[in-house]
Design a protein around this ligand. Structure first.
Ligand code: HEC
Ligand code: HEC
Length: 589
């Protein structure tokens, strides 16, 4: 009888979810938690416009819209309380949304009720949907991954995510979120950047239900459960770990071989012997050209050297090769084009709905900045409306209007101190933003429009001069969303740093994404790390083997000795019958 009543009750409820808005007391208690911990980002009124909002990307969720990304419920539906609880407990990785492990279960429930009160959608039973079930993941066998690859192709994931998942699909540059702001496609090879979580279950959920408010669709209707499990295994196989494993050191390995930049195959083989290190890149926010949100967030680097020369190879992912525009480390960035986000609201009031959208920006810099000047240099030196190609106002428009960002090219630079710090103070390094007047730096700069290396001497951002003291060569290539740039220079230098064996040389990196309008001081950059030139003469290779053999021998002798001693003690113990073994026997051994 009771079960029947329950069944009837269930039928009467909206599919999947019960409208549960909590009691007034619970919401009031939730407000206290919210005002204390959440309002600075999500805004006092839940509109996503807290005081920290201009400084974070992606933007905090606007709770008034009822649009949520990380859900077990079908596309377009509201999240369950459990979905919300999950995000609140663990946060959204790779965004500013922290996890809140210190909140009690009741506090979380209360804040959930309070968040729900920001949107009338939660009162509407039609907005609730049945959560999907997430099956236990299949083992990542070769067959499963291969089947997943087929599904990936059939379903057109590559159109956005790219052939091998680097976020470089043909649609990637055109994607916008539901507020009309450009949004970056996830780089599936960098699992640590997944905002909804990187476990197989998370991946299954993400593409099954889609991410509301973004172009990431739902595949629940188009894919059988088993194919979804194979697809999970394929996506998972694209990444090389849950962690970026950032390092601080490039180890340059010695080779007898000549370093020939023109001979790609031999060059690749040479670099295969060198360990690869990943370094984090961030925006610089302390000088004009401020960039809070560079699009490239890490770079991988390797180095090899021979008797006379040293070569560096760097790699990073970029959604598109921008190879037609201009770029230079010293290009000036007008204040309105800085990515400082602060005061963007003011620009928004200007009525221009392309520049200066304070809210909802998911990826690219605010084009607004402090305040967009009304006329003259607003559209740059080039003057007039050809800033965005023919159309001017049609940013994402027809092909002949020129793709967005085509004005600036992609570029990269290695930065070294012009001379090493004195031995007593090895920690002294030039200022990491292009050096300073006392401690200049050398930049090996490659504008990827030309693919050759230009050298600059930097004495701070205000003083960057071309130099020709050393010849640096470079070769570049772009393949499926990845740039590879290989540099070569003589190890000894007349004017700059020389790379002696067993030397630690500071090195820093800069990457400019032309698509994101990065140039000059608006770029992704690293702090100082080191390159270590490993000794050319390694200890004889037989040494470790001999050492291992000796260790094994010693261990064996020890075991034999211990076993014998024990046997002797036992024998002695039986004789002594009750005597204190340790005391009597120990000296005898
Ligand atoms: C430092 C800024 C910051 C703070 C503080 C913060 N959040 Fe967030 N929150 C974010 C950002 C950014 C996102 C959007 C992540 C994304 O779009 O991938 C977000 C997203 C969310 C989401 C939406 C998840 C989804 O499925 O779309 C919820 C729910 C949420 N936050 C709850 C909270 C709660 C509750 C608190 C306080 C206990 C809080 N947040 C504090 C920045 C913040
Ligand atoms: C129309 C473009 C588009 C297509 C097609 C597409 N995606 Fe996405 N996908 C996106 C965007 C955009 C994001 C980033 C959303 C965000 O950061 O909020 C994303 C994010 C993701 C994420 C990471 C989510 C996270 O937690 O950050 C995964 C995994 C993913 N997609 C898998 C897939 C798979 C698998 C397919 C094909 C079955 C697919 N996507 C098809 C646009 C697309």
């Amino acid at each position: 009888m009771a079960t029947l009543a329950a069944a009837v009750l269930l039928v009467a409820l909206p599919a999947g979810g019960q409208v549960d808005l909590g009691t007034e007391e619970q919401r009031a208690a939730g407000k206290i938690v919210y005002d204390k911990y959440c309002g600075q980002c999500h805004g006092d009124t839940g509109d996503g416009n807290g005081y920290a909002t201009p400084r974070v990307k992606p933007k905090p969720r606007d709770f008034t819209t009822g649009t949520y990304k990380f859900r077990t419920t079908p596309n377009g539906m509201l999240p369950t309380d459990d979905d919300l609880r999950r995000v609140i407990e663990i946060g959204a990785p790779y965004t500013s949304m922290p996890g809140w492990p210190n909140l009690t279960s009741a506090e979380i429930q209360n804040v959930i009720y309070y968040i729900k009160s920001f949107s009338p959608d939660f009162e509407n039973p039609d907005r609730y949907g049945e959560p999907i079930e997430i099956p236990r993941p299949l083992e990542s066998t070769e067959e499963s991954i291969a089947r997943g690859r087929v599904v990936y192709e059939e379903q057109g994931c590559a159109a956005c995510h790219g052939e091998v998942g680097r976020g470089d699909g043909p649609s990637a540059p055109t994607l916008v979120n539901d507020k009309g702001d450009p949004i970056k496609v996830a780089d599936l090879t960098q699992r640590w950047t997944y905002r909804g979580g990187a476990t197989k279950e998370d991946i299954y959920r993400t593409f099954s239900t889609g991410l509301n408010g973004t172009p990431m669709p739902s595949y629940a209707d188009s894919l059988e459960i088993e194919d979804r499990q194979h697809l999970v295994n394929y996506v998972y196989s694209l990444g090389d770990g849950d962690d970026p494993n950032y390092g601080t050191l490039i180890t340059a390995v010695y080779s007898e071989e000549p370093i020939d930049l023109e001979d790609g195959e031999t060059l690749d083989a040479l670099f295969e012997t060198a360990p690869m290190t990943r370094f984090p890149l961030v925006g610089q926010i302390s000088e004009p050209g401020r960039n809070f949100f560079p699009s490239v967030t890490s770079i991988e680097a390797q180095a090899v050297y021979n008797r006379d020369e040293i070569a560096f190879r760097v790699r990073w992912h970029d959604l598109r090769a921008d190879t037609s525009g201009r770029n230079s480390p010293s290009l000036e960035v007008p204040m309105w084009d800085e990515d400082n986000g602060i005061g963007a609201e003011a620009a928004d009031d200007g009525g221009d709905d392309f520049f200066g959208d304070a809210g909802g920006d998911d990826f690219f810099g605010e084009f607004g900045g402090e305040e967009a000047p009304a006329e003259d240099d607003f559209f740059g030196d080039s003057g007039g409306d050809d800033f965005f190609g023919d159309g001017g106002d049609d940013f994402f428009g027809a092909a002949d209007a020129g793709p967005p960002g085509a004005e600036f090219s992609d570029a990269v630079a290695l930065q070294f101190p012009a001379s090493l710090a004195p031995e007593e103070t090895p920690e002294l390094k030039p200022y990491f933003l292009y050096g300073d007047s006392q401690n200049p730096v050398d930049l090996w700069f490659v504008n990827l429009t030309y693919g050759v290396a230009d050298t600059f001497r930097g004495r701070g951002s205000e003083s960057i001069e071309p130099t020709e003291a050393d010849i640096v060569e470079a070769v570049t290539s772009y393949d499926q969303g990845e740039w590879t740039v290989t540099y070569k220079r003589r190890r000894s230098s007349r004017a700059g740093v020389s790379f002696a064996e067993q030397q630690y040389t500071p090195v820093a990196f800069s990457v400019w994404d032309g698509f994101n309008r990065e140039r000059g001081n608006k770029r992704a950059l690293s702090s100082w790390f080191y390159v270590y030139t490993e000794p050319s003469v390694q200890p004889a290779t037989t040494f470790p083997i001999v050492r291992a053999a000796v260790i094994v021998l010693v261990l064996e002798l020890l075991v034999v000795f211990l076993v014998r001693r024990r046997a002797r003690r036992q024998a002695a113990g039986e004789e002594a019958a009750g005597g204190t073994l340790a005391a009597t026997e120990a000296p005898a051994v």
